[in-house]
Design a protein around this ligand. Structure first.
Ligand code: ADP
Ligand code: ADP
Ligand code: MG
Length: 662
């Protein structure tokens, strides 16, 4: 039995492992880089050891430093998590030499599966079906070209030492082969220090289906059924489910048996995953991951088995708690990986998580960050995994959509709207999954950014007015739900108009609301939209706008508000008209055009009484919008232009009469 476990990882997986270890009464030791001194995984462990500077190569990948940390902290076992040193045979060996249990397979099994080429050769011998391809030793162009010719184009080049989708190139025709080999070799050498390649038949529209296996040191090997991880971008998983939908029972059984055979062939112990590619012609071995997988929770939810608990028991010398017959599938599970990533090009994003709110049960959320934490350039940009279970696929998918809708992240761009669209897509609902799914449905999944609707603009304006009223009166008096609260200190007369300039990307929207009864009426940009029945607090606002109820979660950060709407969060910054006014010269009774341009909109009418800073006229010049604001409190006497008019520099736009008190 393990007494003290050092977790040689960070982020969500370190927290995940600490949770189970803690529940089993095992003392946990975290390791952390300089960037992670305040990280959640450090907080979740009983002790913590610093291991060096932020870059992983100087800390989380330093095998000897981590072994020393384990020794110094009295750990009798090390759990490597996934990524980092989890599939590093030298690290596993170093643990063994130091008398520390490596929670994972024997060194020989890691070595056997470490090279995709050697793994394929081994599996061929064990009778496991392979994708047609070449995985020989010779690496010269003539050999690779002849192999590709024999396999038939299109072919896929893969780094033999590869992982994380790196070093892979699809080659459509012979003419493209040579440059693709060169670039795949360069990428593999840089990423893995090994430039050997293998060539495979590139299957079109296949599925990625993988089998979870488990073995103990007493000769027992079982599988925990399969996961479908077909929904990928850049050959990497974003959404996983278990069991694989619409899988022929005979194929399921054959895959399970093949995976168990693969594990047996290499004397496997612990948790492992055998990855297959599946198409109409059959299923084929791709690789075996000799570690806990990112998506292991979906298997946990359909089997009721805690995989980390099994790993720790097996590492402690126990036999597997269940036999194959005792492992049954109940219902269906999904996992969505929430990344700090812009779905437009799937590029990782960095930044501070200013606001973070996760769904509650029945969703399970595995995360390694809290509000206020930073996603840095040093590590994986995954923020959390949202995991749900249901009695069947439809119920589980409904819960996934709900969990995604309840997730709120502000401060950086995430793939949350993209995941929400994926979960709601009719083809995904119909389980028409294959590895090209995202590409095929890109138009629907990654739509052009749209301007916020007038309903959203009105809600945003209302939220900002209430927020500013809160800031203005630290102790708001009276009914906190009254919309009147929003206008303290602003109301001028019966027809008080509130105007805000809202900015999203490079677009500006002027929004004016006029008080009416106990609500408002929008006068710009949509005249006549009623805004009523506002309810909420600083985190949430509901209103009936244009007769339709709309609710949004809110997160304020300086002069930026994020509205969490059912599918897409809307981030809007407001430009305070008072600040805008400060930039203008006070020109007495005349307001002139600062440069030649076109009148975009006129915000007021003759005779209107306005406060200092109220936008009067919006002018477009030099591809920018300029707002002419009231230089002080006063009255608009006469407006000389209307929307659409072209004006010269210095043109008199309107006559303005400052009020006496000003
Ligand atoms: P990695 O080590 O990067 O995970 P894999 O060999 O598991 O590499 O492949 C990653 C992904 O690439 C798979 O999940 C699958 O979507 C795709 N892929 C791999 N091999 C093929 C193939 N022969 N044909 C089509 N797609 C493939
Ligand atoms: P799986 O096959 O288990 O789904 P993936 O290949 O999608 O795994 O992701 C594993 C990858 O996650 C690693 O290769 C690495 O790039 C990245 N990674 C490593 N450590 C962490 C971590 N602590 N948190 C998040 N991601 C990590
Ligand atoms: Mg893989």
């Amino acid at each position: 039995m393990i007494q003290t476990l050092l977790i040689a990882n960070r982020g969500e997986i370190a927290c995940r492992i600490a949770r189970t270890a803690g529940a089993m009464g095992i003392r946990t030791v975290a390791v952390y880089s300089e960037a992670d001194a305040g990280a959640l995984h450090v907080e979740r462990c009983d002790a913590a050891v610093p291991i060096g500077p932020a870059p992983a190569s100087d800390s989380y990948l330093k095998a000897e430093v981590i072994v020393e940390a384990a020794r110094a902290s009295g750990a009798d076992a090390v759990h490597p998590g996934y990524g980092f040193l989890s599939e590093n045979a030298d690290f596993a060996a170093a643990c063994g030499e130091a008398g520390i249990v490596f929670v994972g397979p024997p060194v020989s099994a890691i070595q056997a599966m470490g090279s995709k080429a050697e793994a394929k050769a081994l599996m061929e011998k064990a009778g496991v079906p392979l994708v047609p391809g070449y995985h020989g030793v010779a690496q010269d162009l003539t050999t690779l070209a002849a192999a590709a010719e024999k396999i038939g184009y299109p072919v896929l080049l893969k780094a033999s030492a590869g992982g994380g989708g790196r070093g892979m190139r699809v080659v459509e025709a012979p003419v493209d082969l040579e440059p693709a080999i060169a670039s795949a070799k360069r990428e593999s050498a840089a990423a893995f220090g090994d430039d050997r390649l293998l060539v495979e038949k590139y299957l079109s529209r296949p599925r990625h289906v993988e089998v979870q296996v488990f073995a103990d040191g007493h000769g027992n090997v079982v599988h925990l059924f399969e996961r479908d991880c077909s929904v990928q971008r850049r050959h990497q998983k974003v959404l996983e489910e278990a069991p694989a939908p619409d899988l022929d029972p005979a194929i399921r059984a054959a895959m399970g048996a093949a995976a168990v055979a693969a594990a047996r062939a290499i004397g496997y112990v612990g948790a492992g995953t055998v990855e297959f590619i599946l198409d109409a012609t059959g299923f084929y071995f791709m690789e075996m991951n000799t570690r806990l997988q990112v998506e292991h929770p979906v298997t946990e939810l359909i089997t009721g088995i805690d995989l980390v608990e099994w790993q720790l028991r097996v590492a402690g010398g126990e036999a597997l708690p269940l036999t194959q017959d005792q492992i049954v599938v109940t219902g269906h599970a999904f996992e969505a990986r929430l990344y700090a990533e812009d779905p437009v090009d799937f590029r990782p994003q960095t930044g501070r998580i200013n606001h973070l709110r996760f769904p509650g049960p029945p969703a399970r959320v595995d995360t390694g960050v809290r509000q206020g934490d930073t996603v840095s350039i040093h590590y994986d940009p995954m923020i959390a995994k949202l995991i749900v279970h249901g009695r069947d696929r439809a119920e589980a998918l409904g819960r996934l959509s709900r969990a995604l809708a309840e997730t709120e992240v502000a401060g950086l761009v995430t793939n949350q709207p993209f995941l929400a669209r994926l979960a709601a897509h009719p083809a995904f609902k119909a389980a028409e999954v294959h590895t090209g799914f995202i590409e095929e449905h890109a138009a629907a999944l990654i739509p052009e950014p749209q301007s916020p609707s007038n309903q959203v603009l009105a809600l945003a304006a209302l939220a900002i007015l209430r927020h500013r009223a809160d800031l203005a009166s630290a102790t708001p008096s009276g009914d906190p739900y009254s919309p009147w609260r929003a206008v303290s200190g602003w109301r001028l007369n019966e027809a008080a108009v509130q105007t805000l300039i809202l900015e999203q990307g490079d677009k500006r929207h002027v929004v004016s609301l006029r008080q009416e009864g106990d609500g408002y009426r929008m006068i710009t940009p949509a005249t006549g939209l009623s805004v009523q029945d506002a309810r909420g607090d600083k985190d949430r606002l509901r209103a009936v706008i244009g007769g339709a109820a709309i609710t949004a979660g809110l997160a304020f950060d300086g002069a930026t508000v994020t509205l969490f709407l059912p599918e897409v969060p809307s981030v809007l910054s407001w430009i305070d008209p008072l600040d805008a006014a400060g930039e203008l010269d006070d020109v007495g009774g005349r307001l002139t055009a600062p440069m030649p341009g076109k009148i975009i909109s006129v915000q007021v009418k003759d005779g209107d009484v306005v406060t200092r800073g109220a936008p009067l006229v919006v002018l477009e010049a030099m591809k920018m919008e300029h707002t002419i604001a009231a230089p002080g409190d006063g009255r608009v006497v006469k407006i000389h232009y209307q929307a659409g008019d072209l004006v010269e520099e210095g043109a008199d736009l309107l006559e303005f009469e400052p009020s006496d008190e000003a």
